[in-house]
Design a protein around this ligand. Structure first.
Ligand code: MV4
Length: 509
């Protein structure tokens, strides 16, 4: 528990993570003039965090279970090196309530929520019960784990199909089963239970009404150790591929000030109900009627926090550190409204031409975009090795513009400046999305990306090889001549040949 009212001096912080998020936290520590330390696994020994931290400590071989997940060894290391606090980043130990308790027991500040709040939000059935009691709307469905198939059938008839079976201990995409008709219930029920047992060691499942093509809209909350809890507005995160987010933006293209206020208030009630402090995110499904429903709470700093930072002007990691040392949230956190529009794209080391297969290797050449409204949060540098051992997120490119259209223009420009050679990345997917009418119009839902990819509607354009330059030039010439002959209007702004030619001109010189 954060001891309310008491300030705690933080002179050195241990970052228990890797990649871009370790870099992000190290930057905040540098600005605050707090000494930093980081752990690293064997393949990460030449990583960017090791270069940027004041101190770096090996923690084990590549497998996370033998390195970044070694809770006891990490707390022990913090004590040994005189670190006053641990920042867990996201993933790894970030939502492990036992780890947070272990830190507290060792007198090390865990830069995150109280262990009790994490534990309460970790159980889906428990958190749904708490949310209902706190007046937060939850998806219609069960209050208890299902005792039998018969009970599941009776309940499904009551709330009406389609329904979704969910693991009580779940989260993310595991242990989920969509059931469209009575006939499908039996096998889905069995599958959900066995998958829940295999994934979480807990085979309890419960039932919810299935919402058709909702949006995923989440609220960033922040609390201090003195009982102040605020909403910093929403992020639209509907663009996901197989439960992995790929594009996030703030504000949501469909949020009105009224919806933002109502969701913000619900999120603050949700957080308050579990005694929340520090940064957290309350996830909602927003249906097409404009009703929102609590889904789950992520009790950590999230990958997509930069979009909120760009539209609020706040530094969320700095705020996490300040509230962890007992400082109160100041008036700059009151009544925060978004200004302009931010869009983040996640650059994964995945090959969009081979069904997003991992694409490890050496980053042979690298040139980040910059200029107005562009932010890059990278975990790699030119020459870095990308292995298959960890999350494939290489970097996040986040743009800001005065409105959504301006942000989209800047995203397109920034992607055209970006060069990564040596590994395949998801960049072509974003270029295809920028050509998609639904994305451009902000018509998003959680199934859209998988649906469009399956339908072949998003065809990432293959990068032109240098050898193709002559062909490209000839084709461009041909197209332009044909257009002149036909007396038609000049080529559309989004003409692919022209874009390809421009990109070629921007290649390595
Ligand atoms: C749902 C749903 C529709 N109706 N629940 C997927 C991850 C898990 N945390 C909850 N998930 C969903 N729950 C009901 N009652 C649709 C999803 C869902 C989803 C949610 C958020 C973001 C992306 C998603 C992709 C597929 C399904």
């Amino acid at each position: 528990m954060p001891s309310a009212g008491r300030e705690r001096d933080l002179r050195k912080v241990l970052v228990a993570n890797r990649g871009e998020i370790a870099v992000r936290v190290l930057r905040a520590l540098r600005e605050l003039e707090i000494a930093s330390a980081v752990v690293y696994s064997e393949p990460d020994r030449r990583g960017l965090p090791v270069v940027l931290a004041d101190e770096a400590y090996p923690i084990g071989p590549a497998p996370s279970s033998e390195s970044y997940l070694r809770a006891e060894a990490i707390v022990e290391l913090a004590r040994r090196i005189g670190a006053d606090a641990i920042h867990p980043g996201y993933g790894f130990l970030a939502e492990n309530a036992e780890f947070a308790s272990r830190c507290a027991a060792a007198g090390v500040v865990f830069i995150g929520p109280p262990a009790e709040a994490m534990a309460a939000m970790g159980s889906k059935i428990e958190s749904r019960r708490l949310m209902r009691a706190a007046g937060v709307p939850v998806v219609p469905g069960g209050e208890e784990a299902l005792a039998s198939l018969e009970e599941a059938a009776a309940f499904a008839d009551e709330i009406g199909y389609p329904v979704m079976l969910k693991a009580a201990a779940g989260g993310g995409g595991k242990g989920l089963r969509l059931v469209r008709t009575t006939g499908d219930l039996r096998s889905a029920y069995r599958a959900a239970r066995s998958e829940a047992r295999a994934s979480f060691g807990d085979d309890r499942v419960y039932i919810e009404k299935y919402l058709e093509r909702p949006r995923h809209v989440e609220i960033q909350v922040l609390g201090d150790a003195h009982g102040k809890l605020v909403s910093l507005g929403e992020r639209e995160c509907s663009l996901q591929r197989r439960h992995q987010k790929v594009v996030e933006e703030a504000p949501s293209p469909v949020a009105t000030p009224e919806l933002r206020r109502r969701m913000g208030e619900a999120a603050v009630r949700a957080a308050a109900a579990v005694g929340y402090a520090n940064a957290g995110t309350v996830e909602f499904l927003l249906d097409r009627a404009g009703e929102f429903y609590f889904l789950e709470m992520n009790t950590r700093l999230q990958v997509e926090h930069p979009v909120t930072e760009l539209v609020t002007g706040l530094d969320l990691v700095r705020a996490q550190i300040e509230v962890a040392r007992g400082r109160p949230l100041g008036p700059e956190f009151d009544g925060v409204e978004p200004r302009g529009h931010a869009i983040e794209v996640r650059l994964y080391a995945e090959d969009p031409y081979r069904n997003f297969a991992p694409s490890p290797g050496t980053v042979r050449r690298l040139r980040w975009p910059d200029g107005p409204g562009v932010r890059v949060d990278a975990g790699v540098y030119e020459g870095a090795e990308v292995t298959i051992h960890y999350d494939p997120l290489l970097a996040k490119l986040t743009v800001w513009g005065r409105d959504r259209e301006h942000a989209l223009e800047r995203l397109e420009r920034a992607l055209a400046e970006l060069r990564i050679e040596g590994i395949r990345t998801t960049v072509p997917l974003f270029q295809a999305l920028l050509d998609d009418a639904d994305f451009r119009a902000g018509r998003l839902d959680i199934e859209m990306l998988d649906r469009k990819l399956a339908a072949g509607e998003l065809r990432p354009e293959r990068p032109a090889e240098l050898a193709d330059l002559g062909v490209l030039a000839a084709a461009l010439e041909h197209v332009e001549k044909a257009a002149r002959v036909a007396g038609s209007s000049p080529p559309a702004r989004r003409d692919h040949w022209r874009q390809a030619a421009r990109r070629e001109a921007l290649r390595w010189s």
